[in-house]
Design a protein around this ligand. Structure first.
Ligand SMILES: Nc1ncnc2c1ncn2[C@@H]1O[C@H](COP(=O)(O)OP(=O)(O)OP(=O)(O)O)[C@@H](O)[C@H]1O
Length: 250
């Protein structure tokens, strides 16, 4: 892993003091978080915490008017092109075209990123192997299982070679086996490919003790530390309930 002059790994994502309101509702309040290179970071929050809003700001669906968001050093407002080129996203709702094959979905995405057809075919073959769908390239998405379709979405997000991957509750709706497969797959990408991952979830069993965890609740960061530090002597579940319960009662 590369390091900077201060011996710190470079940041795949650097969010500083970002707020966002929908009318009078403050969905994010001065949120800051960092995802270093090659780190699996969890954004943990119950429904309505603000996870999707934060993703919408990072991906430029919404404009962040306060604070700053940098992807591999590129400010998403001032340098959206280079920032978005480094960013792969798996949204909460399914977004592959079910009537098209895996290859057609991947090549469409590659064309949007300016990749040539030969370049995209070679890359597609590499990424379907990474997500263990090597034999499904020409299958229609409608013919895939839920877990396979999710892995195909991850393949699409990887097509243009991003070094930061955002996944918004990617295992929702999957059975236990498929959930575990998707989690393992993304962890492999972190360790083997060195991508930084921000994984939004409300499922505590997807988080490991060494993972960096940002607890988001009602738009505020209540904790930002490795999971085992947040857990202390107890479980992550107890710590999470204590944090969010106190905030909810305040
Ligand atoms: N387009 C919108 N207009 C108005 N309010 C919104 C909009 N989108 C989200 N909200 C509100 O902003 C807050 C944060 O929502 P957000 O979807 O970001 O949370 P979340 O953590 O992703 O929740 P979930 O897990 O349910 O998707 C919630 O109170 C939600 O009702």
């Amino acid at each position: 892993m590369a390091t900077d002059a201060n011996n710190l790994p470079p940041l795949a994502l650097d969010v500083e003091g970002v707020s966002h309101s929908y009318g009078s509702l403050k969905a994010l309040d001065e949120v800051s978080l960092r995802v270093p290179e090659g780190v699996f970071a969890a954004l943990l929050g119950i429904n309505g915490a603000g996870k999707t809003t934060l993703f919408s700001l990072i991906t430029r669906l919404y404009d962040n008017v306060t604070g700053s968001i940098k992807v591999w050093g590129h400010d998403v407002r001032r340098k959206p092109g280079p920032a978005l080129a480094e960013l792969g996203v798996v949204f909460q709702s399914r977004s592959l075209d079910r009537d098209l094959s895996v290859w057609q979905n991947l090549s469409y995405h590659a064309a949007l990123h300016g990749m040539s057809r030969s370049e995209s075919r070679a890359r597609a073959e590499a990424v379907v192997d990474l997500v263990r769908l090597g034999d499904k390239m020409d299958s229609r998405v409608a013919a895939l299982s839920g877990g396979q379709a999710r892995r195909a979405e991850i393949a699409r997000a990887l097509m243009h070679g991003p070094r930061l991957l955002l996944l918004d509750e990617p295992t929702v709706g999957l059975d236990v086996k498929s959930r575990l497969e998707v989690v393992e797959l993304v962890r492999d990408l972190v360790s083997k490919e060195g991508v930084g991952v921000l994984w939004a979830t409300h499922l505590l069993d997807e988080i490991r003790p060494a993972d960096q965890v940002t607890v988001l609740h009602k738009g505020q960061v209540l904790a930002d530390a490795p999971a085992d530090e947040i857990s202390g002597e107890g479980t992550l579940s107890d710590a999470f309930l204590a944090l969010t319960g106190r905030e909810a009662a305040a």
